[in-house]
Ligand binder design. Structure first.
Ligand code: ADP
Ligand code: ADP
Length: 226
């Protein structure tokens, strides 16, 4: 059973040409799936339908064995990692990671245990008292992922997380995201328009064009059969 199974997904805005046109993608448990294609091809729309921020016109969106078409975002147990990392500047790293647990009313002992565990995994345990403004881009990204980890999310979803960075930092972050994803073994869907990013990060790459899925293959297969 796929972790996230998109079946014949269609999205129409108004009565124009579908933004997403009969797309089926089976994201396997622990897989790093890339959605790639030029601006306007429908990749953000598809990601937003996975998270629940956009209604699905037709098709089935399955998370595990559950059809989630009509579930609110908060009931899907997915973690969107935003481009700007969405960290609270006035809170420490510890409090930023703890935030979703506090919202959920978790007991202090559980919060402490989960935050310490996550920060160890993410190698942030020496920075817990710092504030986001004093962290590197890579560290900020890890805090954002930490916040997702403590929620025990079923998957990470990234929408062009590196597109605002310069080339050097982008390369570093790419390596970092890839390493962390493998270590955590968490199912990941990652949207980018950047071919290099797609080919270096993904276990598989879904290539989209004008709302249609053109190819779904590993980077190796895509190199050999472009
Ligand atoms: P991408 O993420 O690949 O750049 P999008 O998913 O943002 O593509 O957009 C796919 C298509 O849907 C585009 O033609 C875009 O103009 C259209 N679109 C996206 N969002 C909306 C919206 N809220 N209302 C109407 N059209 C939209
Ligand atoms: P600031 O003055 O720090 O830029 P805003 O005025 O933009 O903050 O904040 C608008 C809303 O967004 C606030 O209700 C705040 O709770 C929320 N917010 C601000 N910063 C963040 C963040 N880094 N992550 C998530 N939500 C935030």
């Amino acid at each position: 059973m796929a972790a996230i199974d998109m079946k014949n997904i269609v999205k129409k805005y108004g009565d124009g040409f579908p933004a997403v046109n009969d797309v089926s993608i089976d994201v396997q448990d622990g897989e790093f799936m890339i959605l790639v294609g030029p601006s306007g091809c429908g990749k953000s729309t598809l990601l937003r339908m996975i998270v629940g921020l956009e209604d699905i016109t037709t098709g089935d969106m399955m998370i595990g064995d559950k059809r989630v078409n009509d579930l609110a975002p908060r009931d899907r147990n997915l973690a969107m990692v935003f481009q700007n990392y969405a960290l609270y500047p006035h809170l420490t790293v510890y409090e930023n990671i703890a935030f979703p647990l506090r919202l959920a009313g978790a007991p202090e002992s559980e919060i402490d245990q989960k935050v310490r565990e996550a920060s160890k995994t993410l190698e942030l345990d020496e920075h817990l008292e710092r504030k986001p403004g004093n962290l590197s881009g890579g560290q900020r990204q890890r805090v954002a992922m930490g916040r997702a980890i403590v929620r025990d999310a079923d998957a990470f979803l990234f929408d062009e997380p590196l597109s605002n960075l310069d080339a050097k930092l982008r390369g570093q972050m790419r390596t970092e995201i890839s390493r962390l994803q493998k270590r955590l073994g968490i199912t990941t869907v990652y949207v980018t328009h950047d071919q290099t990013e797609a080919m270096t990060l993904g276990d598989r790459v879904a290539v989209m064009k004008r709302g249609v899925l053109q190819q779904l293959a590993s980077p190796r297969e895509l190199y050999e059969n472009p």
